[in-house]
Design a protein around this ligand. Structure first.
Ligand code: AMP
Ligand code: ZN
Length: 468
């Protein structure tokens, strides 16, 4: 297998450090609110990695943390602890907030067929390990105390910035004006924070009452469960410049090595071409998708259409298309069920080689899905094709053994992807014409589509179409 490694900026051949077991650490959610579909995309990527490694015969020792303390509203050292802020706003204790959102997160990920990591580690269950890590850094001269916490001394680690390819002097000139003038370098970051009296979550430490910094959590839990060096570290691309850079600095300081060999990062999900944000009201949850009639499987299929290193633009039109395609795929698959046909076996060998190659090539799941489509569409119907596709589903996790929806639930008939693309382009041209107040052109496009048997309906989320 080959994976793109953010550390080397190349697709590197993968071999586990230790026999047949792959040790993975994934940065988990901060449980102060519901996970949105962007967050969930990152965990679908994590799951595709798990499934692909298993499909290739590896065993997994996979740790994911739950951040229930210490993640400040700014990923660096500014702002308030997200848990404390949510606790104040929602009038619940941070522990109640953490329990509730952890439960919903685990329900959402289960609904999306995301495999549960072997170890799920809550930050608040590992405070002694974090304190020991900070003590170790101080003993080795990488940590120093200020009036509000213990900081990592970036000046001691000239290679800081290796993952994001940022130079220390660039960080120096780029950094904001710092309020904390006790820091030796503007980019020094807190590994332990001293708690003001009103801070609800706080623990005894050699530096008085306090709480851990977000970055030290992952370093301490990774070290505890996976050792000084493991195979793969995952997260979202936003983790590259601060969180993972800091994790590397901490592990280099204490253990003298980069904690993981491979660093893999999932790209962001956008909504309507832009950023997802609470103020824009476009941070949808899985429950909100369900209210609009989309199943977790529809969303998973939507995500599988884009490579994990590509930005993925979420639109409801895209979700309609994903829902329809998943159902059409199930229809095509079921046509092979129970058909005894010796010709199927030969065909399968070719499809399998292509599928395996796509999966092993930096998780090219869109390509692998295309192979499954080709197999399902095969004119030659065969039980062997059905069985092959079910094997592929060990990677895809789309429940492809489920029957298609009943005829009256299916919004549109089976459609050739080229025709689908043609219709979508016409819909876009019509929207542009409308925007330019060229209603004659908009009507012409609608009539042209009607002649081809395509009926358009304008909804709040955009234009949808039906055949017939
Ligand atoms: P958080 O709960 O904020 O710590 O984030 C959980 C995960 O979601 C992290 O791995 C982030 O990198 C990832 N993430 C945050 N926003 C997005 C987005 N718009 N698209 C994809 N992943 C995201
Ligand atoms: Zn982390």
């Amino acid at each position: 297998m080959r994976f793109y490694n953010t550390l080397t900026r190349s697709r590197d051949e993968f071999t586990p450090l230790d026999g047949n077991t792959v040790r993975i650490y994934s940065c988990g959610p901060t449980v102060y609110s519901y996970a949105h579909i962007g967050n969930l995309r990152t965990y679908i990527f994590m799951d595709l990695l798990r499934r692909s490694l298993r499909y290739n015969g590896y065993k997994l020792k996979h740790v994911m943390n739950i951040t229930d303390v210490g993640h400040l509203t700014d990923d660096a050292d500014d702002g308030e602890d997200k848990m404390e802020k949510a606790s104040r706003e929602q009038k619940k204790t941070p522990w109640e907030i953490a329990d509730y959102y952890t439960k919903v997160f685990l329900e959402d990920t289960a609904a999306l067929n995301i495999g549960k990591p072997e170890i799920i580690a809550k930050a608040t269950d590992h405070i002694p390990e974090m304190i020991a890590f900070v003590e170790g850094l101080c003993e080795k001269g990488y940590g120093y105390e200020t009036s509000d916490g213990i900081y990592y001394d970036i000046g001691r680690f000239p290679e800081y910035g290796r993952l994001s390819r940022l130079k220390l002097d660039e960080l120096k000139s780029g950094a904001r004006v710092e309020i904390n003038d006790e820091k030796r370098h503007p980019a020094d970051f807190a590994i332990w924070k001293k708690a003001p009296k009103e801070h609800i979550m706080q623990w005894e430490s050699p530096w008085g009452m306090g709480y851990p910094g977000w970055h030290i959590e992952c370093s301490a839990m990774g070290l505890k469960y996976l050792g000084e060096q493991f195979d793969i570290h995952t997260g979202g691309v936003d983790h590259i410049p601060i969180h993972h850079e800091n994790e590397i600095a901490q592990s280099e300081g204490l253990c003298g090595c980069i904690p993981a060999v491979f660093w893999m990062h999932g790209e962001f999900m956008l909504v309507d071409g832009g950023k997802m944000s609470k103020s824009l009201g476009n941070t949808y949850t899985l429950a909100q998708l369900a209210e609009r009639g989309y199943s977790p499987g529809d969303f998973r299929y939507f995500c599988l259409n884009a490579h994990y290193r590509q930005k993925l633009n979420f639109t409801f039109e895209g979700m309609d298309s994903a829902k329809k395609s998943l159902d059409n795929l199930r229809k095509a698959i079921v046509s092979h069920k129970g058909v005894e046909n010796p010709e199927g076996g030969e065909l399968v060998a070719g499809f399998k080689a292509e599928f395996d190659e796509a999966v092993s090539d930096d998780l090219n799941i869109p390509k692998a899905l295309g192979v499954v489509w080709s197999a399902a569409r095969s004119e030659i119907k065969s039980k062997a094709i059905y069985d092959f596709i079910q094997d592929c589903d060990a990677v895809l996790g789309l429940n492809l053994d489920k029957p298609p929806a009943a005829e009256d639930e299916v919004p549109a008939a089976d459609i050739d992807p080229a025709f689908d693309a043609e219709i979508r382009a016409a819909i876009e041209a019509r929207a542009a014409a409308k925007k330019a107040k060229n209603y004659a052109e908009a009507d012409r496009i609608r009539d042209m589509l009607a002649e081809k048997g395509v009926t358009l309906t304008d909804t709040k989320e955009g234009t949808v179409y039906k055949l017939g």
